[in-house]
Design a protein around this ligand. Sequence first.
Ligand code: HAM
Length: 443
Amino acid sequence: MALVTKAIKGTQDLLPADSYKTRYVEQSMLDIATKFGYKEIRTPVFEHTELFSRGVGDTTDVVQKEMYTFDDKGGRSITLRPEGTAGAMRAFLEHGLFNEPLPQKVSYLTSCYRYEKPQAGRLREFHQFGVECLGTAAPAADAELIALGHEIFSYLGVEGLKLEINSIGCPECRKKYHAALREYFESKKDALCGTCLDRLGRNPMRILDCKSPECGEIAKGAPKVLDYICEDCSAHFETVKKHLDAMNIPYVVNPTIVRGLDYYTRTVFEFVSTEIGAQGTVCGGGRYDGLAEELGGAKTPSLGFALGIERLMLLMQAQGTPLPEEQRTDLYIVSMGEAANVAAAKIAASLREEGISVQYDVAGRSVKAQMKFANKLGVRNTVVIGDSELESGKIIVKDMDGGESVEMELDGFEDSYQSYLIQNAVKDIAGADGFEVNISDLF
Ligand code: HAM
């Protein structure tokens, strides 16, 4: 296939036949986040490279191997965002949102870019729904954040996800842990990959999430962070668990979760599936109490998570999770001849103004072809307007689901059609047995 008609490896198109499903899922997530007090934030798709090398951390796989970085025409080093947290924090600091009541709760739907090896659930352009709760150190916030993730999955009807939580402590307890890790990995030095050898000196925790299978095997025997966290971090973690228990949110403590990004402190968590292959982490997040300072701001303890849209859609597909049906076109106006086509355009315009979805022929098709097209679209109703209908002033609304056909006056058709839709909706609500409803009683 010619290059110009082939998408770049690791990218994916979302086609019209499926887009409504993703839109439903995304809208549901935004709506649920709104219930928790989150408001949407939008930040640029590219930022200064330094934001990510400092924020995400220059010993992470993301920064060392996966970023789309380039110099722009002005000679600045620019990076396509590999994730949403650093940009959200940058915007929080730049616009002085720390002067607003805290915590500031922000949500986002963004595309992200990572040069990873593409496979099922792993793309080079992917999408995240994320939330960030900026400016609170209280453990209640950690549990509320996890509850938000939990509610999203249960609202969407996704089953079988395991919530795994851990605490990776603060920079103070991290020192002791780093020392223990160094000691352990020093003894296995010969088997580590080149990148991990470098990490051994700079940030031995990063060896724990190296993607090389050899390093992964060695990492299994490494000391566990939970054995090294200080009293304060431990008390924080206990309170988070107490809140989760109180909210009946099931979880397991997994002491091997360290997350792949450097900014995390204390609570970290993942929602993991075993049904979508090796890339089973659908959602991940945690606390990042030091990120604001790392970027030059004042201390702003914060936390958040991001959920991979493509992975979630894969999982919902694997589980056959029911989704609402796609919105159908209400009415297709089949027109015969120029005058009828103009009448169709006029009727469509006024019905659309009332919020009704209408289509008519914009391709110069024959009546037969228009009928076929309307059928393929799966519209609810059709009407035919031709010279004889224009002359007689009467048209027939045909219910494409096999219901009765109804004759209406062309004059005032817009009002009659709306009443007809209401009448049908009431019948649907009343059920098959139905009851008589007089439309005039409704107003
Ligand atoms: P992350 O774990 O790197 O965390 O990514 C979050 C989610 O994005 C993953 O659980 C996964 O579902 C999805 N994801 C990551 N990489 C890919 C990929 N290559 N292809 C498809 N999906 C992918 C973060 O990005 C943090 N910013 C989350 C966070 C927000 N922490 C605090 N606040």
